[in-house]
Design a protein. Structure first.
Length: 263
């Protein structure tokens, strides 16, 4: 049965269609799936929610299409601890594998990107059990490259992102720290912050951390075994991390809360 669409309904459909599942649209507009799809095609609308082959795992494929504070955090995390795979004869794949104690990051990412697929638990004897999420999406991977300079085989080639707003830069850096940074107390109970990576990303993080927190550290970026490091110690580390901790983005509690409970 055909549906007569009002102008107000068409405006509402334009707003909802890109990021709303069809079953939800059926409830909202009280019509069949085919009626919604026909009207969407007539209006030239495209959905950002994709399916993964026959498994029908849905997700917001446009999640990284435009930098935001939220997706900048995840992009920073992936720059440090994720990867883009390009297997032969398969779609580009976004993959994140973490120690199982950090599963909360994948749970949050799965919720924020509306991913309906599983988070796999992998038993590992040598390095401890891990959790893994894989999303096959050329668009997700291309948007990460375009907006955040995250490319396949990035460990030696990663470049810092450009054209991010100040808040997006802070969010990206916090995500990077959560992925591959280290916050710890020395044996003398002094707070330390350390990040590692390519020269491009480490010097960029150093510049903006000191700019945003207004803390000038005498520590320089250092190279060791082809990896670059930036470390901040004692009172400077405490001041810098307190500023970052106040930024309103969910962080990896294991790295942040246990330290600041003792300060």
């Amino acid at each position: 049965m055909n549906k007569d669409w009002t102008k107000q309904e068409e405006i509402k459909l334009r707003h909802l269609y890109p990021n709303t599942y069809c079953r939800e649209l059926q409830k909202i507009f009280g019509c069949s799936r085919s009626a919604i799809l026909r009207r969407a095609r007539k209006l030239g609308l495209k959905s950002h929610l994709q399916s993964m082959g026959g498994l029908k795992y849905s997700f917001n494929a446009g999640f990284f299409s435009k930098p935001t504070v939220l997706n900048s955090y995840y992009a920073g995390f992936m720059a440090a601890d994720g990867c883009i795979c390009t297997p032969k004869h398969r779609t580009m794949t976004l993959q994140i594998e973490l120690h199982h104690k950090d599963r909360i990051v994948l749970d949050r990412f799965k919720e924020d990107i509306h991913y309906t697929g599983p988070i796999r638990y992998i038993k590992q004897k040598k390095r401890g059990d891990t959790v893994l999420i894989q999303i096959h999406s050329k668009k997700l991977c291309e948007d990460l490259c375009k907006n955040f300079n995250i490319t396949p085989r990035k460990s030696r080639t990663l470049k810092h992102p450009t054209n991010l707003s100040p808040r997006q830069i802070i969010s990206f850096i916090i995500g990077y720290i959560d992925g591959d940074g280290s916050i710890f107390l020395s044996q003398h109970k002094y707070l330390n912050l350390s990040v590692s990576g390519t020269k491009s990303i480490v010097t960029w993080i150093k510049h903006y951390l000191e700019l945003f927190t207004k803390i000038s550290s005498s520590t320089k970026s250092m190279r060791f075994c082809k990896v670059w490091y930036y470390r901040v110690y004692c009172s400077n580390a405490t001041k810098m991390l307190k500023v970052l901790n106040q930024f309103p983005i969910k962080k990896l509690e294991r790295k942040w809360d246990t330290i600041f409970n003792g300060i």
